[in-house]
Design a binder for this molecule. Structure first.
Ligand SMILES: NC(=O)c1ccc[n+]([C@@H]2O[C@H](COP(=O)([O-])OP(=O)(O)OC[C@H]3O[C@@H](n4cnc5c(N)ncnc54)[C@H](O)[C@@H]3O)[C@@H](O)[C@H]2O)c1
Length: 325
């Protein structure tokens, strides 16, 4: 389904992180619904399998007929500056929240963002970029933009730096810049994130392969899970934003990991649950997005509650469980 009425004929769209989960879904969305737009999917791509950090995989772009550009946002800025684009969807990042390399995470997630903003602004291009619920750390839910932004890891800190820059006085935008704080995104296209993929995929695959899943004690941590289609909707609608801003993009409700297990059991049949110790000190206990500003400013209307999202995803999870990839 197209989320805006414009055809985008002739529009030039650059997607960084285009071989990643969300970036590749965006590229394929534009190809399907706005075939006259010119889309470039830029990504660094991975060097190793499995990767030491979560990096893009060419298989996410099989079927994409637009332009593919292998480039690094931290060092290929001259090449990027030569591209023509009207919209920049900036998804590239070290997306692994457990990466503790502060130098790498800040250079990739924050410094490169500032450089890309400068390039985009010099072209008058609109920017829609990926922020994260990680900015809220363990602040009690509901999570509200402008409140309780106390990240627990360098990943969340890097995203908060991006948002603060955009909302700060020093950022004089020629065209609107919109930050989208995604909560826990799940859906087709995340398989190559391996251990950074959503728990919905990880638990589904464990259940199908081993008839047993592992959860951190005792599965009652609550998260706002948002289906990939709704995240694409938010990005596309943000193209029409009348001003710069930062918005939460979740479903607007939270569920525990035990509830995911129950929904998966309805779809896949019974399986066992084993509770294990959580090794992460910075694990978020409860997130829930206040999405009312996104609803008002962007007309964002999430359409997939957890049950509907899992039902839509299960055929893909079943196919992945069979696949030797
Ligand atoms: N998936 C989620 O639940 C979630 C939640 C909150 C925020 N986000 C953010 O959304 C964005 C997309 O996440 P995703 O889930 O698709 O992750 P992903 O890891 O699949 O995609 C990120 C992409 O960025 C690319 N990349 C990394 N460093 C790069 C560099 N130096 N130059 C060029 N490309 C580079 C990677 O190769 C990868 O393809 C990220 O910014 C992430 O932080 C995702």
């Amino acid at each position: 389904m197209a989320y805006i009425s414009e055809t985008l004929a002739g529009a030039r769209i650059l997607i960084t992180g285009g071989a990643g989960f969300i970036g590749s879904n965006l590229a394929l969305y534009f190809q399907q619904h706005h075939p006259k737009a010119r889309v470039i999917a830029l990504d660094r791509f991975r060097e190793h399998t499995p990767p030491s950090t979560s990096l893009g995989h060419f298989k996410n772009l099989i079927g994409f007929r637009g332009e593919v550009l292998g480039a690094d946002i931290t060092c290929d800025l001259d090449r990027i500056a030569k591209l023509d684009f009207d919209y920049l969807f900036h998804q590239a990042a070290i997306s692994d929240t457990t990466n503790t390399n502060q130098t790498l995470v800040l250079r990739t997630n924050y410094q490169a963002f500032l450089d890309l903003l400068e390039i985009a602004q010099s072209k008058g291009a609109r920017v829609i970029y990926a922020s994260s619920a990680g900015v809220y750390g363990n602040t009690p839910a509901p999570n509200v933009v402008g409140q309780g932004e106390v990240p627990e890891n360098v990943y969340g800190f890097s995203k908060l730096c991006m948002d603060k820059h955009v909302l700060g006085r020093s950022c004089r935008a020629i065209a609107p810049i919109v930050g989208l704080r995604y909560f826990n995104v799940y859906g087709p296209g995340e398989f190559y994130k391996h251990k950074s993929a959503s728990m919905i995929l990880q638990l589904g695959l464990q259940a199908l392969k081993h008839q047993e899943v592992k959860l951190f004690e005792f599965g009652e941590q609550q998260r706002d899970f948002v289906y990939i289609e709704d995240v694409i909707q938010a990005n596309v609608k943000a193209m029409c934003a009348s001003a710069s801003g930062v918005y939460n993009v979740g479903y607007g409700g939270s569920h525990s990991y035990n509830e995911i297990v129950r929904l998966l059991q309805q779809e896949l049949g019974d399986f066992k649950v084993r509770y294990i110790k959580n090794p992460y000190a910075f694990f978020q206990e409860h997130t829930c997005a206040d999405i009312s500003p996104a609803q008002q400013a962007l007309d964002y209307q999430p359409m997939y509650d957890l049950q509907k999202g899992i039902e839509a995803y299960v055929p893909t999870i079943r196919a992945l469980a069979q696949c030797p990839c």
